[in-house]
Ligand binder design. Structure first.
Ligand SMILES: O=C(O)CCC(=O)C(=O)O
Ligand SMILES: [Fe+2]
Length: 353
Protein backbone atom coordinates (compact mmCIF):
# COMPACT_ATOMS: atom_id res chain seq x y z
CA UNK A 1 0.00 0.00 0.00
CA UNK A 2 1.49 3.34 -1.05
CA UNK A 3 2.43 5.78 1.69
CA UNK A 4 2.79 9.48 0.85
CA UNK A 5 6.24 10.30 -0.51
CA UNK A 6 8.29 12.09 2.14
CA UNK A 7 9.59 15.55 1.28
CA UNK A 8 13.33 16.05 0.73
CA UNK A 9 14.92 17.85 3.65
CA UNK A 10 17.97 19.88 2.69
CA UNK A 11 19.59 20.44 6.04
CA UNK A 12 18.26 19.87 9.53
CA UNK A 13 18.40 22.78 11.94
CA UNK A 14 20.44 22.49 15.07
CA UNK A 15 18.10 24.27 17.44
CA UNK A 16 14.39 24.18 18.08
CA UNK A 17 12.58 27.53 18.13
CA UNK A 18 11.95 27.03 21.82
CA UNK A 19 15.72 26.83 22.36
CA UNK A 20 16.26 29.98 20.27
CA UNK A 21 13.55 31.80 22.22
CA UNK A 22 15.11 30.76 25.52
CA UNK A 23 18.33 32.62 24.62
CA UNK A 24 16.25 35.75 25.22
CA UNK A 25 17.89 37.93 22.61
CA UNK A 26 16.27 40.93 20.98
CA UNK A 27 16.89 39.72 17.45
CA UNK A 28 15.99 36.52 15.65
CA UNK A 29 18.20 34.58 13.20
CA UNK A 30 18.08 35.76 9.55
CA UNK A 31 16.40 32.58 8.36
CA UNK A 32 13.18 33.49 10.16
CA UNK A 33 12.89 37.02 8.81
CA UNK A 34 10.43 37.73 6.01
CA UNK A 35 11.79 40.20 3.50
CA UNK A 36 10.13 41.77 0.51
CA UNK A 37 6.76 40.50 1.64
CA UNK A 38 4.35 43.38 1.40
CA UNK A 39 1.23 41.67 2.68
CA UNK A 40 1.34 43.77 5.84
CA UNK A 41 3.11 43.26 9.15
CA UNK A 42 1.62 40.05 10.53
CA UNK A 43 1.22 41.43 14.06
CA UNK A 44 -0.70 44.50 12.87
CA UNK A 45 -4.26 44.80 14.07
CA UNK A 46 -6.30 43.25 11.32
CA UNK A 47 -10.08 43.17 11.52
CA UNK A 48 -11.62 40.23 13.36
CA UNK A 49 -13.36 37.74 11.12
CA UNK A 50 -16.75 36.68 12.32
CA UNK A 51 -16.36 32.95 11.58
CA UNK A 52 -19.86 31.42 11.37
CA UNK A 53 -20.76 29.28 14.40
CA UNK A 54 -22.34 25.96 13.46
CA UNK A 55 -24.19 23.68 15.86
CA UNK A 56 -23.04 20.16 14.90
CA UNK A 57 -25.85 18.60 16.89
CA UNK A 58 -28.34 20.24 14.53
CA UNK A 59 -26.51 18.66 11.57
CA UNK A 60 -26.51 15.04 12.74
CA UNK A 61 -28.88 12.86 10.66
CA UNK A 62 -31.43 12.41 13.42
CA UNK A 63 -32.13 16.09 14.06
CA UNK A 64 -31.18 17.90 10.89
CA UNK A 65 -32.11 21.54 10.71
CA UNK A 66 -32.46 22.90 7.16
CA UNK A 67 -31.49 26.32 8.41
CA UNK A 68 -28.23 25.02 9.95
CA UNK A 69 -27.40 23.10 6.74
CA UNK A 70 -27.85 26.28 4.73
CA UNK A 71 -25.64 28.15 7.19
CA UNK A 72 -22.98 25.47 6.75
CA UNK A 73 -23.17 25.63 2.96
CA UNK A 74 -22.92 29.38 2.98
CA UNK A 75 -19.93 29.41 5.40
CA UNK A 76 -17.95 26.78 3.52
CA UNK A 77 -18.55 28.38 0.15
CA UNK A 78 -17.55 31.85 1.31
CA UNK A 79 -14.74 31.57 3.87
CA UNK A 80 -14.21 27.79 4.10
CA UNK A 81 -14.28 27.59 7.88
CA UNK A 82 -16.64 27.32 10.83
CA UNK A 83 -16.54 27.43 14.61
CA UNK A 84 -18.17 24.09 15.45
CA UNK A 85 -20.09 23.95 18.72
CA UNK A 86 -22.20 21.18 20.29
CA UNK A 87 -19.71 18.73 18.80
CA UNK A 88 -20.11 16.18 21.57
CA UNK A 89 -16.78 16.90 23.30
CA UNK A 90 -16.97 18.55 26.71
CA UNK A 91 -15.03 21.71 27.52
CA UNK A 92 -13.35 19.81 30.37
CA UNK A 93 -12.03 17.26 27.91
CA UNK A 94 -10.80 19.95 25.49
CA UNK A 95 -8.96 21.54 28.41
CA UNK A 96 -7.29 18.21 29.19
CA UNK A 97 -6.09 17.97 25.58
CA UNK A 98 -4.70 21.51 25.82
CA UNK A 99 -3.08 20.72 29.15
CA UNK A 100 -1.16 17.63 27.96
CA UNK A 101 0.00 19.56 24.89
CA UNK A 102 1.35 22.38 27.05
CA UNK A 103 2.90 19.93 29.50
CA UNK A 104 4.72 18.14 26.70
CA UNK A 105 6.27 21.33 25.32
CA UNK A 106 7.24 22.41 28.85
CA UNK A 107 9.40 19.28 29.34
CA UNK A 108 13.20 19.58 29.21
CA UNK A 109 14.61 19.43 25.67
CA UNK A 110 16.26 16.06 26.28
CA UNK A 111 12.94 14.52 27.27
CA UNK A 112 11.13 15.91 24.22
CA UNK A 113 13.94 14.76 21.94
CA UNK A 114 13.12 11.15 22.83
CA UNK A 115 10.31 11.65 20.28
CA UNK A 116 12.43 13.50 17.69
CA UNK A 117 11.54 13.08 14.05
CA UNK A 118 14.05 11.58 11.67
CA UNK A 119 15.64 13.67 8.91
CA UNK A 120 13.25 14.05 5.96
CA UNK A 121 10.38 12.55 7.96
CA UNK A 122 7.36 14.38 9.19
CA UNK A 123 6.31 12.28 12.13
CA UNK A 124 7.75 13.08 15.58
CA UNK A 125 8.98 16.15 17.43
CA UNK A 126 10.97 18.86 15.67
CA UNK A 127 11.10 22.20 13.95
CA UNK A 128 10.27 23.46 10.45
CA UNK A 129 11.97 21.39 7.76
CA UNK A 130 14.20 23.20 5.31
CA UNK A 131 12.84 22.03 1.96
CA UNK A 132 14.28 24.64 -0.36
CA UNK A 133 17.20 27.06 -0.42
CA UNK A 134 16.28 30.54 0.87
CA UNK A 135 13.21 29.14 2.66
CA UNK A 136 12.05 31.50 5.37
CA UNK A 137 11.41 29.45 8.46
CA UNK A 138 8.35 29.34 10.67
CA UNK A 139 8.65 30.31 14.32
CA UNK A 140 7.19 27.06 15.62
CA UNK A 141 8.06 23.65 17.01
CA UNK A 142 5.81 20.70 16.33
CA UNK A 143 4.91 17.24 17.42
CA UNK A 144 3.42 15.33 14.51
CA UNK A 145 1.65 12.03 15.14
CA UNK A 146 -0.45 9.67 13.03
CA UNK A 147 -3.61 9.01 15.04
CA UNK A 148 -5.48 6.66 12.75
CA UNK A 149 -5.79 4.05 11.35
CA UNK A 150 -4.57 2.69 14.67
CA UNK A 151 -2.17 0.20 13.04
CA UNK A 152 -0.35 3.12 11.38
CA UNK A 153 0.58 4.72 14.71
CA UNK A 154 4.29 4.81 15.46
CA UNK A 155 4.36 4.65 19.21
CA UNK A 156 8.03 5.60 19.55
CA UNK A 157 6.96 9.14 18.65
CA UNK A 158 4.08 9.17 21.14
CA UNK A 159 5.37 10.84 24.31
CA UNK A 160 5.31 8.74 27.46
CA UNK A 161 5.49 11.99 29.37
CA UNK A 162 3.13 13.56 30.45
CA UNK A 163 1.69 10.19 31.34
CA UNK A 164 -1.97 10.89 30.39
CA UNK A 165 -1.09 12.16 26.88
CA UNK A 166 -1.39 8.86 25.03
CA UNK A 167 -4.75 7.94 26.53
CA UNK A 168 -6.21 11.40 26.04
CA UNK A 169 -5.05 11.52 22.44
CA UNK A 170 -6.57 8.11 21.76
CA UNK A 171 -9.89 9.25 23.21
CA UNK A 172 -9.72 12.53 21.27
CA UNK A 173 -9.12 10.59 18.03
CA UNK A 174 -12.29 8.53 18.52
CA UNK A 175 -14.33 11.67 19.25
CA UNK A 176 -12.95 13.50 16.21
CA UNK A 177 -13.74 10.58 13.92
CA UNK A 178 -17.39 11.09 14.80
CA UNK A 179 -17.10 14.85 14.21
CA UNK A 180 -15.48 14.31 10.79
CA UNK A 181 -18.19 11.87 9.74
CA UNK A 182 -21.07 14.11 10.84
CA UNK A 183 -19.54 17.01 8.99
CA UNK A 184 -18.73 15.18 5.74
CA UNK A 185 -22.30 13.87 5.61
CA UNK A 186 -23.78 17.29 6.36
CA UNK A 187 -21.57 18.89 3.71
CA UNK A 188 -23.03 16.54 1.09
CA UNK A 189 -26.60 17.13 2.25
CA UNK A 190 -26.09 20.88 2.26
CA UNK A 191 -25.35 20.62 -1.49
CA UNK A 192 -28.39 18.36 -2.05
CA UNK A 193 -26.19 15.33 -2.62
CA UNK A 194 -26.52 11.80 -1.29
CA UNK A 195 -25.17 12.03 2.25
CA UNK A 196 -22.39 9.45 1.83
CA UNK A 197 -20.94 10.93 -1.34
CA UNK A 198 -17.96 12.71 0.26
CA UNK A 199 -17.65 10.10 2.99
CA UNK A 200 -17.12 7.43 0.29
CA UNK A 201 -14.33 9.44 -1.31
CA UNK A 202 -12.85 10.04 2.13
CA UNK A 203 -12.88 6.25 2.54
CA UNK A 204 -12.78 3.90 5.52
CA UNK A 205 -8.96 3.87 5.57
CA UNK A 206 -8.70 7.65 5.98
CA UNK A 207 -5.74 9.00 7.87
CA UNK A 208 -5.86 11.37 10.80
CA UNK A 209 -2.68 13.21 11.69
CA UNK A 210 -2.18 15.40 14.74
CA UNK A 211 0.11 18.39 14.65
CA UNK A 212 0.76 19.96 18.03
CA UNK A 213 2.10 23.47 17.38
CA UNK A 214 4.07 25.50 19.89
CA UNK A 215 4.67 29.16 19.02
CA UNK A 216 7.28 30.42 21.50
CA UNK A 217 7.50 34.10 22.43
CA UNK A 218 9.09 35.95 19.52
CA UNK A 219 11.01 39.24 19.89
CA UNK A 220 10.08 40.41 16.36
CA UNK A 221 6.41 39.70 15.61
CA UNK A 222 6.60 42.48 13.02
CA UNK A 223 9.00 40.41 10.89
CA UNK A 224 8.43 36.77 11.79
CA UNK A 225 5.51 34.41 11.18
CA UNK A 226 4.47 31.41 13.26
CA UNK A 227 3.32 29.65 10.08
CA UNK A 228 3.66 31.03 6.57
CA UNK A 229 0.54 31.44 4.39
CA UNK A 230 -0.78 28.09 3.17
CA UNK A 231 -3.96 26.14 2.60
CA UNK A 232 -4.23 22.65 4.10
CA UNK A 233 -3.78 19.54 1.95
CA UNK A 234 -6.34 17.61 4.02
CA UNK A 235 -10.03 16.95 3.32
CA UNK A 236 -10.84 18.88 6.49
CA UNK A 237 -8.75 20.17 9.40
CA UNK A 238 -9.99 20.33 12.97
CA UNK A 239 -8.12 22.92 15.03
CA UNK A 240 -8.15 23.23 18.79
CA UNK A 241 -6.97 26.74 19.41
CA UNK A 242 -5.06 28.00 22.43
CA UNK A 243 -7.64 29.02 25.02
CA UNK A 244 -6.29 32.56 25.44
CA UNK A 245 -3.68 33.50 22.88
CA UNK A 246 -4.80 34.44 19.37
CA UNK A 247 -2.60 34.18 16.29
CA UNK A 248 -4.48 32.54 13.45
CA UNK A 249 -5.29 34.75 10.45
CA UNK A 250 -7.32 33.96 7.38
CA UNK A 251 -7.14 35.52 3.92
CA UNK A 252 -10.47 36.57 2.45
CA UNK A 253 -10.84 38.79 -0.61
CA UNK A 254 -7.10 39.61 -0.45
CA UNK A 255 -7.36 40.91 3.10
CA UNK A 256 -6.05 39.29 6.30
CA UNK A 257 -8.46 38.80 9.19
CA UNK A 258 -7.89 37.59 12.74
CA UNK A 259 -9.72 34.44 13.77
CA UNK A 260 -11.21 34.87 17.24
CA UNK A 261 -11.05 32.26 19.99
CA UNK A 262 -14.17 30.49 21.18
CA UNK A 263 -12.74 28.23 23.92
CA UNK A 264 -15.32 25.43 23.68
CA UNK A 265 -15.48 25.44 19.86
CA UNK A 266 -13.45 23.49 17.29
CA UNK A 267 -12.33 25.59 14.37
CA UNK A 268 -12.88 23.45 11.30
CA UNK A 269 -11.65 24.39 7.85
CA UNK A 270 -12.01 22.89 4.42
CA UNK A 271 -8.77 21.49 2.98
CA UNK A 272 -7.79 21.25 -0.68
CA UNK A 273 -9.23 17.74 -1.07
CA UNK A 274 -12.77 18.87 -0.20
CA UNK A 275 -12.33 21.87 -2.50
CA UNK A 276 -11.59 19.31 -5.25
CA UNK A 277 -14.49 17.00 -4.30
CA UNK A 278 -16.95 19.93 -4.37
CA UNK A 279 -15.59 21.20 -7.71
CA UNK A 280 -14.46 24.41 -6.04
CA UNK A 281 -17.77 25.22 -4.33
CA UNK A 282 -16.31 24.84 -0.84
CA UNK A 283 -13.12 26.87 -0.41
CA UNK A 284 -9.88 25.72 1.18
CA UNK A 285 -8.86 28.98 2.87
CA UNK A 286 -5.35 30.41 2.85
CA UNK A 287 -4.28 31.09 6.44
CA UNK A 288 -1.18 31.93 8.46
CA UNK A 289 -0.15 32.37 12.08
CA UNK A 290 1.36 35.51 13.57
CA UNK A 291 3.86 35.51 16.45
CA UNK A 292 3.57 37.18 19.80
CA UNK A 293 6.18 39.01 21.88
CA UNK A 294 4.42 38.48 25.19
CA UNK A 295 2.86 35.07 25.34
CA UNK A 296 3.53 31.69 23.81
CA UNK A 297 0.70 29.86 22.06
CA UNK A 298 -0.12 26.16 21.76
CA UNK A 299 -2.59 24.64 19.29
CA UNK A 300 -3.50 21.20 18.02
CA UNK A 301 -4.42 20.74 14.37
CA UNK A 302 -5.84 17.38 13.28
CA UNK A 303 -5.74 16.75 9.55
CA UNK A 304 -8.36 14.35 8.16
CA UNK A 305 -6.92 12.93 4.96
CA UNK A 306 -8.23 10.33 2.50
CA UNK A 307 -5.94 7.31 2.17
CA UNK A 308 -3.28 7.90 -0.54
CA UNK A 309 -4.74 5.07 -2.68
CA UNK A 310 -8.13 6.75 -2.70
CA UNK A 311 -9.13 8.63 -5.87
CA UNK A 312 -10.47 12.14 -5.27
CA UNK A 313 -12.47 14.00 -7.89
CA UNK A 314 -15.28 16.54 -8.27
CA UNK A 315 -18.75 15.05 -7.71
CA UNK A 316 -20.50 14.58 -11.10
CA UNK A 317 -23.61 16.27 -9.68
CA UNK A 318 -21.62 19.48 -9.16
CA UNK A 319 -20.48 19.74 -12.77
CA UNK A 320 -22.66 21.41 -15.42
CA UNK A 321 -22.44 23.93 -18.29
CA UNK A 322 -22.29 26.91 -15.99
CA UNK A 323 -19.86 25.18 -13.62
CA UNK A 324 -17.50 23.05 -15.72
CA UNK A 325 -15.20 20.54 -14.07
CA UNK A 326 -12.42 22.55 -12.44
CA UNK A 327 -10.21 19.78 -11.05
CA UNK A 328 -8.86 16.49 -12.32
CA UNK A 329 -8.94 13.19 -10.55
CA UNK A 330 -6.07 13.05 -8.02
CA UNK A 331 -4.54 10.35 -5.89
CA UNK A 332 -2.03 10.74 -3.05
CA UNK A 333 -2.61 14.48 -2.94
CA UNK A 334 -0.37 14.91 0.10
CA UNK A 335 2.75 13.87 -1.88
CA UNK A 336 1.71 16.19 -4.69
CA UNK A 337 1.17 18.86 -2.08
CA UNK A 338 4.78 18.70 -0.86
CA UNK A 339 6.22 18.79 -4.36
CA UNK A 340 4.34 22.00 -5.12
CA UNK A 341 4.83 23.50 -1.69
CA UNK A 342 8.53 22.94 -2.11
CA UNK A 343 8.41 25.04 -5.28
CA UNK A 344 6.55 27.79 -3.46
CA UNK A 345 3.36 27.20 -5.46
CA UNK A 346 -0.20 26.72 -4.30
CA UNK A 347 -0.50 22.89 -4.42
CA UNK A 348 -4.13 22.84 -5.55
CA UNK A 349 -2.95 24.32 -8.87
CA UNK A 350 -1.54 20.88 -9.64
CA UNK A 351 -5.08 19.54 -9.72
CA UNK A 352 -6.55 22.26 -11.92
CA UNK A 353 -7.69 21.15 -15.37
O1 LIG B 1 -1.90 26.98 14.93
C1 LIG B 1 -2.76 27.48 14.20
O2 LIG B 1 -3.52 28.36 14.58
C2 LIG B 1 -2.91 26.99 12.78
C3 LIG B 1 -1.93 25.92 12.39
C4 LIG B 1 -2.06 25.51 10.96
O3 LIG B 1 -2.51 26.24 10.11
C5 LIG B 1 -1.61 24.18 10.57
O4 LIG B 1 -1.05 23.46 11.42
O5 LIG B 1 -1.82 23.81 9.36
FE1 LIG C 1 -3.07 25.07 8.30
Amino acid sequence: MAEPLPPIELQPQAKTVQELAAIDCKEVPERYIRKGDNSGAPHASFPVFDVPTIDLDLLSSSSTSGEELEKLRSALSSCGCIQAINHGITSEFLDKVREVAQQFFALPTEEKKKCSREIGRIEGYGNDMILWEHQILDWTDRLYLTLSPEDKRTLKFWPENPEPLRGILHEYTIKLQVVAEVLLKAMARSLNLEENLFLHQYGDQAIMQARFNLYPICPRPDLVLGVKPHADGSAITILLQDKEVEGLQILKDDQWFKVPIIPHALLINVGDQVEIMTNGIFKSPVHRVSTNSERERTTLAVFCIPHPDQEIQPAEELINETRPKLYKKVKDYVSLYFQYYQQGRRPIEAALI
